[in-house]
Design a protein around this ligand. Structure first.
Ligand code: SAM
Ligand code: SF4
Length: 366
């Protein structure tokens, strides 16, 4: 396959200092097929990045000039993605697969990938995280292929703010994408929003209003140190506590009385402060201030087929090389299990020796 180089402006060289070291010592690993780690967790949820390319440039994720994106031959192909997911569901206990990126809708073969995964036994739950640009034209086909659910990233419904955050004047296309997804029956749709201080944080109550009116579940994500420009500032970031304080004048939030089951979002029932009328739910993903690492059930694959056991990993394990050199399914499962055994107890953001990963979020897959 020909190599594809895409650049916009002057692309920032892609930083890839994460190493693919020797596999962790597994002599103390119990003989289990699961993706177990040393801290008693087993991964059942696979986040698989399909590309590092994106048509937006969110300030908390990508640099304005883009990155030097992976070539086509470096990305996993349809058969490779489906094979890795098959190994995951047949041999490793994976029950949920979320496709992400970069922007997964920039892959023209997304429908084919989803159809391949939907045909697996056992069939995993299949979801996509997307900026929704172009989704209006593809939602029907994605649904027909087997897509179960989507999360749409939308940080503002004010055009000027949207453009400031994403560096593209494309709010209308995102809104069309959400409408198309609803029309295709891809509900319930979750909306992911990152709040940036002084940019869109003051819009939060209106954004929640907007979502509640449309039966969309807003999930506010704390900004993490995963941006290419290294603009994250622990002292200035909007925390889960700030979110509660900002919503309090308009809404009453009550914790949802359901087991969290390893889900990253803390859920709250939302009622109007004036009349107490129930309006829906909101989620808060407090990865920084209330980490949920002890319950993490995730394993990740980058777009070029490297296992990352955490968003904040400094090590990666290559599976694409094994795939392309003829390894059988059990050998690939063995490498994946060994990589997962090396998963750290937590992301370590609060430690003095914390180092931000070289890969930005767009190149990991959020
Ligand atoms: N392009 C798709 C999208 O935006 O939904 C999928 C990939 S994007 C990297 C996945 C999610 O990561 C988005 O919801 C985005 O808001 C979130 N994200 C990106 N950078 C982040 C950061 N530094 N901190 C917290 N969330 C981030
Ligand atoms: Fe693209 Fe998603 Fe990153 Fe925004 S958050 S730049 S839409 S990958």
């Amino acid at each position: 396959m020909a190599s594809r180089r895409v650049s916009l402006g002057i692309p920032v060289p892609r930083r890839t200092d994460e190493t693919s070291p020797a596999l962790p010592d597994t002599s103390d690993r119990p003989d289990t097929p699961a993706l177990a780690d040393r801290f008693g967790r087993a991964a059942t949820d696979l986040r698989l990045s399909l590309t590092d390319f994106c048509n937006l440039r969110c300030t908390y994720c990508m640099p304005a000039s883009g990155l030097t994106f992976l070539g086509r031959d470096q990305l996993l192909g349809v058969d490779e993605v489906v094979r890795l997911v098959r190994i995951g569901v047949e041999r490793l206990g994976i029950t949920q697969v979320r496709f992400t990126g970069g922007e997964p809708l920039t892959r023209p073969d997304l429908e084919e990938i989803i159809a391949g995964v939907a045909a697996l036994t056992p069939r995993p739950d299949i979801s996509v995280t997307t900026n929704a640009i172009g989704l209006d034209h593809r939602a029907e086909a994605l649904r027909a292929a087997g897509l179960d659910r989507i999360n749409v990233s939308l940080d503002s419904v004010v055009s000027e703010t949207f453009e400031r955050l994403t560096r593209r004047p494309l709010l209308h296309r995102v809104l069309a994408g959400i409408d198309g997804a609803r029309a295709a029956g891809l509900g319930p749709i979750k909306i992911n929003a990152v709040l940036m201080p002084g940019v869109n944080d003051h819009e939060l109550p209106d954004l929640l209003d907007w979502c509640l009116e449309r039966d969309l579940q807003l999930r506010v994500i704390e900004q993490m140190p995963l941006d290419a420009d290294h603009i994250w500032d622990r002292g200035a970031m909007i925390t889960a506590d700030d979110v509660h304080a900002m919503l309090a004048p308009r809404y009453l939030l009550t914790p949802v009385d359901e087991p969290r089951d390893g889900a990253p979002a803390e859920l709250f029932e939302v009622a109007g402060r004036e009349d107490g009328r129930h309006l829906g739910r909101v989620g808060v993903i407090a990865s920084v201030t209330r980490p949920f690492c002890a319950d993490c059930r995730r394993t990740r694959l980058t777009a070029e087929g490297r296992v990352r056991t955490c968003l904040f990993s400094r090590e990666e394990t290559d599976l694409r090389g094994a795939l392309r050199s003829g390894a059988d399914d059990e050998e690939i499962a063995r490498i994946w299990r060994a990589a997962q055994w090396g998963k750290k107890a937590g992301h370590g953001m609060d430690r003095a020796d914390f180092v931000q990963p070289e890969r930005p979020m767009s190149a990991i897959g959020g």
